[in-house]
Design a protein around this ligand. Structure first.
Ligand code: XCC
Ligand code: SF4
Length: 647
C-alpha cells in the first residue's frame, strides 16, 4: 500500500483512499500497483487478431521482427491504434444513436415526459439540413430531423451532413486527403475489416482510415449527440455548481448518477423532485433526496440543471467508500466492474439500466424510454429504500468547490458579443491584440497510472498563467473545477495579466467548462466560429489553438485526439503512447500528419513541458498570422503600467 498522497492530489480523494485501506477495500489505485504493464502491449507491438498469435514483436538488432503472418511492427501498431479509434468512435456514436432514437420517439409523442426544450436550435438545424419549416409543428419538424440524424449512422455514400459546418478550406482538405466520412457506422466497420488478419497492411493507409473514422465521431456521432441533446434538454447556459465528494449529504438519500447518456439522468432529476418521492424519503428518516453526478453524466446534468458533481473517473469507487451512497445508477461507459464488490462492504446498491451494459452483482432496472418516468421513479425509490440500511462506517470528506459551468458554444457567443450581436469578435480581437495568447482545449480522463488530477491541474494552471484561455470537457473539466479554476475569481489568482483583464471585463473564469466528452464537438464549433469571424486565417489549422488529454485512458480519448488532429489542431497526450513500438507509425502521427492535416499528435507525460509544447505551437501560429508583434506590445504596455503603479 503506497502513500495515498502519491495517488491523488485531491484531499477528499486522499482521505477516501486511506479509508478504503483501513476498510480493507481494494480500489483501482491498488490494482494499478499490483498489475504490471506489459512492455510490448503498451507500445502497440502485440497483435492477437488471429489464432496464430498473440504475436509479440521485439526488434532485435538489425532484424525486423514479424508476426507469424508476416505483419510488421508498423502494421501491428497502426492496426492497434485505429482499433482504439473504432472503439472510441463506436462508444460516442452509439450514444449519439440512442439520443437520435429518443429524439424521434419524443417527436412522435411516444416518449411521454420528454419534450423539445430549445425551439430555436431545432429550427436552426431544420434550416441547415433543408427540413421544411412552413407552418408545421415542432414535432413534425423534429420527426424529419430525427430520421435524418438516424440515417447518418447507416449512410453508405456521400458525406455526413455536419461536415458542411467546417470551414470550407477544411472540407476541401478532407476531400483531397480522402478522409471525408461516408457514414458513421460504415467507417467503424471498415476499420474492423481492414484490421482483420491479412487485409490492409500499409500503415499509412490504415492510419488514414483512422482519421476518417475519428472525423465521423467528432463531426458525426458526437455532434449529433450534442445537438439533439441540446434541442431535447435545453442548450446549456452559465450555471453555478459544486464539485467533489463533499457534495454528498449525511442526512439525505444520496443517489449518484454515473455514466454518459443524459436520457435517463434527465428523467431521474425530474423524478427526484416529485413530491411523492420527497415524502417517501422523509418517511424513511431522510431530510430529502440528494442527487450527484459522476463522470460525463455528471457534466450533462450539471450543465443543464446545476446538479452537483460527486467526482471524476477515479473517484467512482471512492464515492462508495464514504459509506453514504444509497444507490449508484449507471448506464454506459467508464463504469468500473469493481463497483458491486465495493458496494458489498457498505450498503450501496449498484443499479445498471442499459441492455448494453450489465454488471454481475448489480441490480438491473431496465430503463424504458417510452415509460421513462416510471423507470426513473423505480431507481429513485430503490435508493430511498436503501437509506435506512446505512451502516455506521460513514465518512464524507468536507471538500467541495464552487464552479461555473454551462459554456456551450452558443453561450460563449452570447457572453462575448451580447444578445443582439452575438459573435466571437471580442475573442478574436483579444487574440489579435495579444491579451489572449491562444485557446487550448484540455480534455479527457483520469488514469490510474498517473496521480489523479495532477497533470490536469499543472497543465491548465501553466496555460492560463501564460495567457492561454482554456476550454474543457469530461473528467479534465472536473479536475480543474476541484482546484477552483472555474470561478471568475480564478482569473486574478492564476491567469496572466492579459487573460485576466479579458476575463474580468467579460466576467468569465479563465477556464471554461463546455460539457461532457461528446461535447468536444462544441470545441470544434467554437474553433469554426473563430475562423468564420475572421482575422485569424481561413482554417482551423491557422488558429493559435492546441489540444491535450494529459491523463487519458479511454479509447474515446484516442478518437477525440485524432479528430482534433484531423481537424487541424496540435494535440498532446500524456501518460503513455500506444504506438511507440513503431518509429515509422509514431513519426507519421507526430510529424507527417502536420503536412497532411495542419495538426499533429505529440506525447509528453510531463504536464508543464506539454503545456509549453502547446504554447510554442500557439506562438508559431501567431507568427504565421503576423500577430506576434501585437503581443509583445501589449506585454510592454502592461510592464509600463505596473511600473507606474509602483511609482
Ligand atoms: Fe470516461 Fe466521460 Fe474519460 Fe472521463 S473523460 S474517463 S472517457 S468519463 Ni470522457
Ligand atoms: Fe500474429 Fe498476424 Fe495473427 Fe496478428 S494477425 S496474431 S501478427 S499471425
Amino acid at each position: 500500500m503506497a502513500e495515498a498522497e502519491s495517488k491523488s492530489i485531491d484531499n477528499a480523494s486522499i482521505k477516501m483512499i486511506e479509508k478504503a485501506a483501513s476498510d480493507g477495500v481494494n480500489t483501482a489505485f491498488d490494482r494499478a500497483e499490483a498489475m504490471s504493464q506489459c512492455a510490448i502491449g503498451m507500445v502497440g507491438s502485440c497483435c492477437k487478431h488471429c489464432g496464430m498469435g498473440p504475436c509479440r514483436l521485439i526488434t532485435f538488432e538489425g532484424e525486423q521482427a514479424r508476426g507469424v503472418c508476416g505483419a510488421t511492427a508498423e502494421t501491428i501498431a497502426a492496426r492497434n491504434f485505429i482499433r482504439m479509434i473504432a472503439g472510441g468512435a463506436a462508444a460516442h456514436s452509439d450514444h449519439g444513436r440512442a439520443v437520435a432514437e429518443l429524439f424521434l420517439a419524443v417527436a412522435k409523442g411516444e416518449a411521454p415526459g420528454y419534450e423539445i426544450r430549445d425551439e430555436q436550435k431545432l429550427l436552426q438545424l431544420a434550416l441547415e439540413w433543408g427540413v421544411t419549416i412552413g407552418d408545421r409543428s415542432n414535432n413534425e419538424i423534429a420527426i424529419d430531423i430525427g430520421e435524418k440524424a438516424l440515417a447518418e449512422f447507416g449512410r453508405q455514400e456521400g458525406e455526413i451532413l455536419f461536415l458542411r459546418r467546417a470551414p470550407l478550406k477544411r472540407q476541401e482538405l478532407w476531400r483531397k486527403q480522402g478522409v471525408a466520412p461516408r457514414g458513421i457506422d460504415r467507417e467503424i466497420v471498415e476499420i474492423m475489416h481492414r484490421t482483420h488478419m491479412g487485409v490492409d497492411q500499409d500503415f499509412q493507409n490504415l492510419l488514414k482510415q483512422g482519421v476518417r473514422t475519428a472525423i465521423a465521431d467528432g463531426w458525426g456521432g458526437s455532434m449529433i449527440a450534442t445537438e439533439l441533446q441540446d434541442i431535447l434538454f435545453g442548450t446549456p447556459a452559465p450555471v453555478l455548481g459544486q464539485v467533489n465528494l463533499g457534495v454528498l449529504k449525511e442526512d439525505e438519500v444520496n443517489l449518484i448518477i454515473h455514466g454518459h447518456e443524459p436520457l435517463l439522468s434527465e428523467m431521474i432529476v425530474a423524478a427526484a423532485l416529485e413530491p411523492e418521492m420527497v415524502e417517501l424519503a422523509k418517511s424513511k428518516g431522510a431530510r430529502g433526496i440528494n442527487l450527484a453526478g459522476m463522470c460525463c453524466t455528471a457534466n450533462e446534468i450539471l450543465m443543464r440543471h446545476g446538479v452537483p458533481l460527486a467526482g471524476n473517473f477515479l473517484q467512482q469507487e471512492l464515492a462508495l467508500v464514504t459509506g453514504a451512497v444509497d444507490a449508484m445508477v449507471v448506464d454506459v461507459q467508464c463504469i468500473m466492474q469493481s463497483l458491486p464488490d465495493i458496494a458489498q462492504c457498505y450498503h450501496t446498491k449498484i443499479i445498471t439500466t442499459s441492455p448494453k451494459a450489465k454488471i454481475t452483482g448489480a441490480v438491473h432496472i431496465a430503463f424504458d424510454e417510452h415509460k421513462a418516468m416510471e423507470s426513473a421513479k423505480e431507481v429513485v425509490r430503490a435508493a430511498i429504500e436503501n437509506f435506512p440500511k446505512r451502516g455506521k462506517n460513514i465518512r464524507i470528506p468536507e471538500e467541495k468547490t464552487d464552479l461555473i459551468a454551462g459554456f456551450s458554444h452558443e453561450t460563449i457567443n452570447y457572453l462575448l458579443g451580447g444578445l443582439f450581436r452575438a459573435s466571437y469578435r471580442p475573442l478574436n480581437d483579444n487574440i489579435i491584440n495579444g491579451r489572449i495568447r491562444g485557446v487550448a482545449g484540455v480534455v479527457g480522463c483520469n488514469n490510474a497510472r498517473s496521480a489523479h488530477n495532477e497533470a490536469h491541474n499543472a497543465m491548465v494552471k501553466e496555460l492560463i498563467k501564460n495567457d492561454v484561455l482554456v476550454i474543457q470537457t469530461g473528467c479534465s473539466a472536473m479536475a480543474s473545477a476541484m482546484a477552483g479554476l472555474m470561478v471568475p475569481e480564478a482569473a486574478a489568482k492564476y491567469a496572466g495579466e492579459g487573460l485576466a483583464s479579458v476575463c474580468e471585463t467579460v466576467g468569465i473564469p479563465p477556464v471554461l467548462h463546455m460539457g461532457s466528452c461528446v461535447d468536444n464537438s462544441r470545441i470544434l464549433m467554437a474553433a469554426t466560429a473563430m475562423v468564420k469571424d475572421g482575422g485569424l486565417g481561413d482554417d482551423i489549422s491557422d488558429l493559435p489553438v492546441a489540444g491535450a488529454a494529459p491523463e487519458w485512458m479511454s479509447e474515446k480519448a484516442i478518437s477525440i485526439g485524432q479528430y482534433f488532429v484531423g481537424s487541424g489542431v496540435f494535440t498532446v497526450f500524456g501518460v503513455t503512447w500506444p504506438t511507440l513500438g513503431s518509429k515509422e507509425v509514431t513519426d507519421f502521427l507526430f510529424k507527417e500528419m502536420e503536412e497532411m492535416y495542419g495538426g499533429m499528435w505529440a506525447f509528453e507525460p510531463d504536464p508543464i513541458r506539454a503545456a509549453h509544447l502547446m504554447i510554442k505551437h500557439i506562438d508559431k501560429k501567431r507568427k504565421a498570422l503576423g500577430i506576434d508583434k501585437a503581443r509583445e506590445r501589449i506585454l510592454y504596455d502592461m510592464e509600463m503600467r505596473r511600473e507606474l503603479e509602483v511609482v
